[in-house]
Design a protein around this ligand. Structure first.
Ligand SMILES: N[C@@H](CCC(=O)N[C@@H](CS)C(=O)NCC(=O)O)C(=O)O
Length: 244
């Protein structure tokens, strides 16, 4: 039997993770990281994570980055979304909504990029305090979903990044200040987190289209940090889609 994992399920499971390791089908969740336990007995388990994707999709890129950071073995299966033959039957069975990314881990089918980020839970304890840590991760993930995504879309449709650039520069009181929120070298500190996974596909596309405003030194330096990390670099494609 397959278990469909929703954001609510993952949140409530992680809520209890401090008290005991959870057994989900054949999948043990690490008590502190949420990732697979590193016991030698578990290393002998078959590696069953499947990642069904299309490399041009920014949401799939988010999830791909999290899989790379997680470090588990996985198989990547690329499907055509809009070709003449449509999507394969196995894909419709996994995700009736018909969207990528989809991750299958043992009996768990996770069908949304945000849910995959929550499921993999790549945020370690190394994210710094201040703007980093859990609060920082939540800030960036919400910012990308609720602000960068719609404002960026408007900028591309209007061929005018004025509103978008105002969000990136200046200070928060003036409705901007995104650049100033970066802890560095990654968004929330010394190591990459799910914030970087969520933000990279979007900011990379914005930079490719418009460049960053001259004042955004932190954003520029963060993007270069990501691009010099092979796990991020391998997800960058010559041809790509926007997020709508
Ligand atoms: N909320 C979903 C959105 C995923 C999404 O829109 N993916 C697009 C490709 S970028 C897709 O699969 N489109 C196929 C379709 O809608 O038929 C997520 O975050 O995973």
């Amino acid at each position: 039997m397959r278990t469909f994992i929703t954001k609510k399920t993952v949140t409530s499971l992680l809520h209890h993770r401090l008290f005991f390791p959870l057994i989900l089908g054949c999948h043990l969740i690490h008590p502190s990281t949420g990732g697979a336990l590193a016991f030698s007995s578990l290393n002998e388990m078959p590696t069953t994570t499947r990642f069904i994707t299309n490399r041009m999709c920014p949401y799939a890129q988010k999830a791909w980055l999290a899989l790379e950071l997680d470090g588990r073995d996985y198989t990547l299966e690329e499907i055509s979304l809009y070709g003449p033959n449509g999507k394969p039957d196995f894909f419709w069975e996994l995700n009736p909504a018909g969207t990528v990314p989809v991750m299958v881990s043992c009996n768990d089918v996770v069908c949304d990029s945000e849910d995959i980020l929550d499921y993999l839970n790549v945020d370690g304890e190394d994210t710094d305090g201040g703007e980093g840590g859990e609060e920082g991760v939540a800030y960036w993930r919400s910012l990308v979903k609720n602000k960068i995504s719609p404002v960026g879309k408007r900028a591309v449709f209007a061929s005018d990044p004025t509103e978008l650039f105002a969000l990136l520069v200046g200070n928060e009181d003036a409705g901007g200040g995104v650049d100033g929120k970066i802890v560095g070298p990654y968004l929330c500190g010394a190591v990459p987190s799910s914030a970087d996974c969520a933000a990279f596909p979007f900011f990379w596309r914005i930079e490719s289209e418009f460049g960053f405003p001259a004042e955004c030194n932190k954003l520029k330096s963060w993007l270069n940090t990501c691009l010099s990390n092979p796990k991020f670099k391998k997800t960058v494609q010559k041809s790509w889609w926007w997020w709508w």
